[in-house]
Design a binder for this molecule. Structure first.
Ligand SMILES: [Zn+2]
Length: 153
């Protein structure tokens, strides 16, 4: 099967993935691949030494999936405040799936799901969508940004 995506220099970040043809909503586009890493190891690893674990997915109480490898092409997908994909699946079987119809050439994105905390300013969002809140924060917590910026002015 021909891949539904190709790597592209992104408008959002350095690189990204774009649809190589029209994709229907609910399509599994690319597997999110990684290696098992125990919580103990990930806690010790300076690579994950911040609260925003971009390439780390929780598998269970003891293990995470570390997706920070070149073979994991899905790691190139950028965050967007108006995403067209989401991560689905369980355990080591994770997929990027479309949550709306996507046109050929459109960039793939999903909500990184970062929780809101004091360091949100360290993660500016450049997704350029109409509803962009300016920072990479999960949708359910974005109202906190406005509130925080108002208080701290
Ligand atoms: Zn944004």
């Amino acid at each position: 099967m021909m891949a539904l995506y190709k790597i592209k220099k992104s408008n959002i970040d350095n690189k990204g993935l774009v649809a190589s043809k029209d994709i229907k909503k609910g399509t599994k586009i690319i597997a999110y691949k990684g290696k098992l890493i125990s919580k103990k190891e990930s806690e010790k690893n300076p690579k994950f030494d911040n609260s925003k674990r971009i390439y780390l997915f929780e598998i269970n109480k003891r293990y995470d999936l570390d997706g920070d490898f070149n073979f994991n092409t899905a790691r190139l997908i950028n965050h967007s405040c108006n995403p067209n994909c989401e991560v689905v699946g369980k355990g080591l079987k994770l997929w990027i799936e479309s949550i709306k119809d996507i046109k050929k050439g459109e960039e793939l994105s999903y909500d990184y799901g970062f929780s809101f905390d004091e360091d949100f300013r360290d993660y500016p969002c450049k997704c350029n969508s109409k509803n962009c809140c300016g920072y990479i924060v999960k949708q359910a917590s974005r109202w906190r940004i406005k509130k925080s910026l108002r208080v701290n002015r």
